[in-house]
Design a protein around this ligand. Structure first.
Ligand SMILES: O=C(O)CCC(=O)C(=O)O
Ligand SMILES: [Fe+2]
Length: 295
């Protein structure tokens, strides 16, 4: 659970934490879990894994699903989103020495659905290996990072933040350093980036994103200036119930891609399901458009 002050901080600054997973709980996600994951993500199995499977580990990995729903994480997400919660993406990110990180962006899908992003450190995350950098309060700005010509190239957006929200100037960047087993929460829309890994070592983190059941989780695209009507993304109800039925929900995973890669029949079933869901979605849109036209 979050305290009232922590909830207020989250609303105001767009992030809260770090929090520490109790060591006896985190023990389950220690060396064996991490080396299994690193072996898959840095080995040849990764190239055989489609991006859609990689990004949906809340559906394809029982161990990742378990990590993102442990009580210290889920109870805090519930404090912010209420009792009915969907997980709509989860994956482990492994960045080796030399990885370039990620330029400034706002996680546009999560921004549009007012979702919550949780970053969970598996290894240390620090200035040397590319921890997350944030600009506090930027989750509330009506400005686009993807449309800004300089930031598109990766420049520091603090001056831009000063110009779009002079009442909060001067803006500064927070480097969110974490120890293994620590995590923090951010609002979708908060401006963030990831530094270069110059540590000589692997840097690994799990990310999970959560939404309320009354938002429809679609692939709205990467461009934060424009909402596209993309496909519905697979969600798992991690808490409460979904009475809105806006989303494509999947059962919690029973298998684990980190123990056993998906075999061909399972991959084809998953692909078929995606195609059927997309076709049904387009048909609904078409019926809606025709009804509007006839009205
Ligand atoms: O590398 C990370 O920890 C997170 C990268 C990121 O920006 C994201 O997942 O939204
Ligand atoms: Fe991001």
């Amino acid at each position: 659970m979050l305290s009232t002050d922590e909830i207020h901080q989250f609303e105001r600054d767009g992030f809260v934490g770090p929090f520490t997973i109790p060591p006896d709980v985190f023990a389950e996600f220690g060396e064996a879990f991490q080396s299994r994951i690193a072996h898959v993500l840095l080995g040849e199995q990764r190239s055989k894994m489609s991006t859609f499977i990689f990004r949906n580990q809340h559906v394809h990995s029982r161990s990742v699903y378990r990590l993102i729903t442990i009580d210290p994480i889920l109870s805090r997400v519930q404090s912010l989103l209420g009792p009915d919660v969907l997980a709509w993406t989860a994956h482990v990110i492994a960045r080796n020495h030399g990885h370039n990180g990620q330029r400034w962006h706002s996680d546009s899908i999560n921004q549009f659905i007012r979702g919550i992003h949780v970053s969970i450190a598996l290894t240390d995350m620090n200035r040397k290996n590319g921890c997350l950098r944030l600009i506090p309060k930027s989750h509330l700005y009506r400005a686009s990072l993807t449309r800004h010509p300089k930031i598109k190239g990766g420049a520091d957006p603090t001056a831009y933040a000063d110009s779009v929200a002079p009442w909060n100037a001067p803006h500064s960047v927070i480097e969110m350093e974490l120890e293994p087993g620590q995590f923090f929460l951010t609002w979708g829309g908060l401006w963030h980036s990831v530094g270069v890994n110059e540590s000589g070592k692997l840097r690994m983190a799990a990310v999970a994103r959560f939404a309320r059941t009354d938002f429809c989780v679609r692939d709205y695209g990467y461009d934060d200036s424009m909402i596209q009507h993309g496909k519905r993304l697979p969600c798992v109800v991690v808490s409460g119930t979904d009475t809105f039925h806006l989303n494509r929900t999947e059962p919690p995973p029973t298998g684990d891609i980190y123990v056993q890669p998906l075999d061909l029949p399972s991959r084809l079933r998953w692909l078929g399901k995606n195609v059927r869901d997309r076709a049904a979605d387009l048909a609904t849109q078409l019926v809606g458009a025709r009804a509007k036209y006839n009205a």
